[in-house]
Design a protein around this ligand. Structure first.
Ligand code: ADP
Ligand code: MG
Length: 680
């Protein structure tokens, strides 16, 4: 059997089963044997019938006592018999499974697994799992059995049997691709052993050995793939190596002095852009560390070297904000900045695109989608991506491969735990800014319950009267009977009964039309609105230095990283700022999370804590970080393995090509490219 063959080529898999398997993502034989159990049931322990107690699940090894009877009872058909071993006897019943009458061979032993009850004074086992005892070939009982994610009409028993048989017949096709020396050094078992024991562990120990191998392998492949992207970008030739770096002219225009962190970042970037292969650098820096200023200097460098810059923002609102800040900075310098927005009339869009294509525009700002789709540049030299969430690895590759391999600068707004950063950003060079602009005051953060609301409104009122502005964040837009969450619309109305009725309040949320949203944001930025009630649309990047209060309702709803982003909307100017978290949730985990916010102002620390408290499922929920789906590794629990993998990947890249040929092949199978001239 070919491991890459479609799953329907397996014996006993017809059209119907094929469709069921496809539904859970199994298309090939390989998919099937790599379908990792979500859990296990320990059915290795057999219990004599005389020791069975009510209400517990047991596996017993027994024979069918006497003939099975089928008894129609109203609308159901009862199938009933007895089972017995040397020590005792029990009644066994099933419903509506008439065919079972002729299933059992009374001379044979079976494993039965199920929960026993006492009915009419007799020990009774209802609808047990069963399997005939065949020496050395137990699948559903008498061993640790796998439990898989299912879909309707696909049952454990069928899946177990298919995988079991498949593992038997495919064994010779399962190729080891790790060099012996590596397996030895990291104490990894072979692939065949690993796959067999991840499905049907011989012992607990065997399971752990198998899992370790597969986790290691999965993370290693991911890590090597990222390294390989990094290397292949480094090998590209770009005709855009820059040679002029007179940046004073633009830096002098900033109303501030660059921080040492910003200067160091610029030095690294300048080093990259002077090379004749493309820069591929990520700037990680906490909210407010001043990443935009760095991008602006870089765009200027591109300009004096005769190249254009594309600045990609995650939303229209942010693109507009960048556009304003770039236009102001470059006013009167001869650098022409243009904005490309989804909501612009087609004619205007066409005109802007023309300016870009003819090289009249030097800096083009827009959303990711807009700039990636059909905009052609005359001489694109630098792509700046302001990322809300991380792009998928392959997606990024597509982008850099477009055109003449421009330099790429990625600004990440989401701090990632350092250890994870190593693997998530394995394809990039990383600069981390650890300084903050001088004079920033710590944002005073508090966590209260809703009984404080009235007092908070007075607090906001007082600040508004002194000329400041405030944000209030609610989790949902509209009221919903099912939840008790604060909704933007209702909240907005309810403020009419509070001291805030006397100030200018507006709302903004994701269901509003783009230009309407923009208009509200603009008036808030201009100071024509005092209090903005919003959903998390205001989460990223919004920069209004006069706003100094961030009130977050139902704060338990958010992860630490997100709360930190929201909090980062204030404290951007000279005023003492406040972040107030409201939550009535009593749950320990939620309270601990919110208390952490009060204690820490460090985005990296918070992201580590977030991962720890919520686990990777939540942390990486909604594909936030564009991480490829992992089948078995758990990025939090397997942190130790991750560290070993890092080291191992370095080791592998120092081997000769012949030694890692098989690994390359494996990477190709997973990421869908056939040896596209890759090395490490
Ligand atoms: P982020 O890194 O979160 O994108 P921004 O680039 O939006 O941060 O900068 C936040 C604010 O800090 C802006 O108002 C910006 O003008 C200001 N800023 C940037 N660099 C400095 C600096 N070196 N000194 C003082 N203020 C600065
Ligand atoms: Mg920013």
């Amino acid at each position: 059997m070919d491991i890459n063959a479609p799953v329907e080529t397996i014996k006993n898999v017809g059209e119907k089963r094929k469709e069921l398997l496809n539904k859970v993502g199994i298309y090939t034989v390989r998919d099937l044997i790599e379908y990792i159990p979500r859990d296990y049931a320990d059915r290795s322990k057999l219990t004599p019938l005389c020791d069975v107690e009510e209400g517990e699940e047991y596996t017993v090894r027994a024979k069918i006592g006497h003939k099975i009877e089928v008894m129609p009872k109203g609308r159901v058909t009862l199938v009933r018999g007895t089972i017995k071993d040397k020590t005792g006897e029990a009644v066994v019943v099933w419903f509506n499974q008439r065919y079972l009458k002729n299933t059992f061979d009374t001379s044979k032993e079976y494993f039965f697994t199920g929960t026993f009850e006492r009915k009419f004074g007799r020990l009774t086992l209802t609808s047990p799992d069963f399997e005939m005892v065949r020496e050395g070939e137990a699948i559903n009982a008498g061993r640790i059995v796998p439990v898989y994610h299912l879909t309707k009409n696909l049952n454990q028993k069928l899946l177990r049997k298919l995988i079991y048989d498949c593992l038997e017949s495919i064994e010779s096709e399962i190729k080891e691709f790790l060099p012996k020396s590596i397996m030895k050094e990291y104490g990894l078992c072979g692939r065949v052993y690993a796959l067999k024991n991840i499905h049907f562990p011989e012992t607990n120990e065997a399971f752990f050995t198998a899992r370790r191998r597969l986790v290691f392998e999965e993370l290693l492949i991911l890590q090597l793939r990222l390294l390989n992207i990094k290397k292949s970008i480094k090998k590209q030739y770009t005709g855009l190596s820059f040679s002029f770096f007179e940046t004073e002219r633009i830096i002098d225009r900033f109303p501030f002095k660059l921080t040492s962190g910003q200067e160091e970042a610029l030095d690294e970037i300048i080093g990259d852009m002077a090379e004749n292969h493309p820069m591929n650098r990520l700037i990680q820096g906490d909210v407010g560390s001043g990443k935009t200023a760095i991008a602006q200097v870089c765009a200027y460098i591109a300009y004096i070297n005769g190249a254009q810059t594309a600045v990609m923002a995650p939303t229209d609102v942010l693109a507009t904000q960048h556009y304003k800040s770039f236009s102001e900075l470059f006013a009167g310098t001869g650098v022409r900045v243009v904005l490309l927005k989804g909501s612009m009339p087609a004619k205007e869009k066409r005109e802007v695109k023309k300016l870009i294509a003819e090289g009249e525009a030097h800096i083009a700002i827009g959303t990711h989608a807009l700039i990636q789709e059909g905009v052609s540049f005359k001489e694109l030299g630098l792509v700046v991506t302001d990322e809300q969430h991380r792009f998928g690895v392959n997606q990024r590759k597509l982008l850099t491969a477009k055109g003449d391999y421009p330099h790429t600068l990625i600004m990440s707004a989401t701090p990632i735990p350092r250890t994870l950063g190593l693997i998530l950003y394995g394809d990039l060079d990383i600069t981390t800014i650890t300084t903050m602009p001088a004079g920033r005051k710590k944002i005073d953060t508090s966590f209260v319950d809703s009984s404080y609301r009235e007092r908070i409104y007075n607090f906001i009122y007082k600040h508004v009267k002194q000329g400041r502005q405030a944000y209030i964040v609610c989790p949902v837009i509209e009221e919903n009977d099912k939840t008790e969450l604060q909704s933007v619309k209702k909240y907005f109305d309810s403020l009419k009964g509070t001291p805030l009725r006397e100030v200018r309040v507006a709302m903004v949320h994701g269901k509003m039309k783009s230009d309407r949203k923009q208009a509200v944001m603009d008036s808030f930025a201009a100071g024509d609105i005092d209090v903005l009630v919003a959903t998390t649309v205001i989460e990223v990047g919004i920069n209004v230095a006069n706003a100094n209060i961030m009130l977050i309702e139902n704060a338990e709803r958010y992860g630490l990283s997100q709360l930190h982003q929201l909090r980062g909307r204030v404290g951007r100017g000279e005023y003492q700022s406040y972040c107030i978290l409201i939550s009535d949730k009593k749950e320990k985990e939620a309270r601990e999370r919110l208390k952490t916010m009060v204690k820490s102002a460090d985005g990296f620390e918070l992201s580590e804590k977030d991962l720890e408290l919520r686990g990777p499922g939540e942390f990486f929920g909604a594909k936030q970080h564009g991480l490829p789906e992992l089948k078995i590794a758990n990025l939090y629990k397997d942190m130790d393995i991750l560290k070993e993998v890092r080291e191992c990947a370095e080791h592998i890249s120092s081997l000769s090509e012949g030694e890692y040929e098989l690994i390359l092949k494996r990477i190709g199978e997973i990421y869908g490219f056939a040896n596209e001239n890759v090395t490490f």
